[in-house]
Ligand binder design. Structure first.
Ligand code: FES
Ligand code: FES
Length: 209
């Protein structure tokens, strides 16, 4: 059989070299097309991804009626901003994982665990801590004091704050409602009897305020 000369072309059709050359071009084109598609996909994903904030930014928090400027990172919790930057130490850090309620603050009328609330999400909302509470005879702290509703005291600021937020919304609670309303807070010393009675007494006292 006559061997085909790859340099001549001719009726024998494309040579093995032609074939390989063609295949190489096709493969390279496919790779380049694939790379372009990948780059395009990456660019589209980058554009649609949520913007990631980093570094420090200055925000204003309305704490106990005062506008307070504070430099925070996007990851800074409300508890850290209050305690470590603004010296508002009423909310306590105990579990630091939304389990115990010692860090309770009131944000926009709702009691929250400040240890797991980002400070930047609280901009423009009123933030209350127990530093702003009435400590007279008609206030919640007085009712806790009168009912001996604390032992070591770690949980007490959180309970007082949760109680204030609860009574602001439920001024005439039953014992069962108080029990449910404060069930996000834990007392390791077991002062629940005093805490529940303090809440009921505070409800009565607040009416006379
Ligand atoms: S310290 Fe925030 S819930 Fe315990
Ligand atoms: S008084 Fe000690 S944890 Fe409540």
């Amino acid at each position: 059989m006559q061997e085909h000369d790859p340099r001549q072309g001719g009726p024998a059709g494309p040579s093995r070299r032609d074939f390989l050359r063609g295949s190489g071009v096709a493969a390279a084109t496919a790779v380049l097309t694939g790379q372009a598609a990948t780059a395009e996909e990456a660019r589209a994903a980058q554009e649609s991804a949520p913007q990631v904030l980093s570094g420090t930014l200055e925000i204003t928090l309305k704490v106990n009626g005062q506008d307070r400027k504070v430099a925070v990172e996007p990851r800074t919790t409300l508890l850290d901003a209050l305690r470590n930057r603004l010296d508002v130490t009423g909310p306590k850090r105990v579990c630091d994982r939304a389990s115990c309620g010692a860090c309770t603050a009131i944000v926009d009328g709702v009691s929250v665990y400040s240890c797991t609330t980002l400070a930047i999400t609280c901009q423009g909302k009123p933030i209350e801590t127990l530093e702003s509470f009435d400590v007279g005879d008609h206030g919640v702290p007085h009712a806790f004091h009168q009912n001996d509703a604390q032992m070591c005291g770690y949980c007490t600021p959180g309970f007082v704050t949760a109680c204030k937020a609860f009574l602001d919304k439920n001024p005439n609670p039953t014992l069962e409602e108080v029990r449910k309303g404060l069930d996000g807070n834990i007392c390791r010393c077991g002062t629940y009897v005093g805490v529940l009675q303090a809440a009921l007494d505070a409800a009565k006292a607040l009416k006379g305020a």
